[in-house]
Write a protein that binds this ligand. Sequence first.
Ligand code: 13P
Length: 235
Amino acid sequence: MILCANFKANKTRQETRAYMAVVESFVSVNEIDETVIVFPPFTALEHISRNVLIGVQNAYPAQNGAYTGEITLEQLEEFGIKTILIGHSERRHVLGETQEQIAAKFRFFADNGFAIIYCVGEPLEVREQGDEALMRYVDAQFQGIDCEYSDLIIAYEPVWAIGTGLTPTNDQIVAMHTALRAKTHAPLLYGGSVKVDNAQAIMALENVDGVLVGSASLSANDFCEMIAQAAELKQ
Ligand code: 13P
């Protein structure tokens, strides 16, 4: 299983340090062999990458240059970062990234050998229009994306499930993941209101290879509990 913690714009550098100490120790003491990836804010990046991978939530697709307010490859390389989230719902819908920009970002970081966690997911009004509209919408989010890129993970995060406490039914998750499986060999994560209470049931579903967790991952103990649940599923 793959378990990702997306902090979004939460936690200071100090808080992230304390968090990483808890999670790294949990992974090592319990001999966890799941893949664990944490996405802290830029200000909390450090040269830390032992048994837990560190990724970035975003970056600008350039070596360096005149991109005020952005972070580029040169700064990521300094921290040994080789993992990036691309296409997250908040980048698309809050920050207004277009599919064209997202695809350019994907190509650049794929060309530079990054592990890419590529996010897709529909808003509620699309889900309400039925299966055909839903698949058309999600298909469009793959425009310009190489689904066979070797270091790719796909995360399905319905926009309406993010930060709302709502989740699709298990059948709806399986249906979407089965459709995604027909497109790609990449591992498939589910994200959107994953908590300690529902994580294990979601991870146990067919074609679900892990979870991308937002708010519930902010508690190191809760995130560790979800890691333990993933390990338990193997037994
Ligand atoms: P929540 O877990 O807070 O719903 O956020 C999900 C998410 O956006 C992870 O990337």
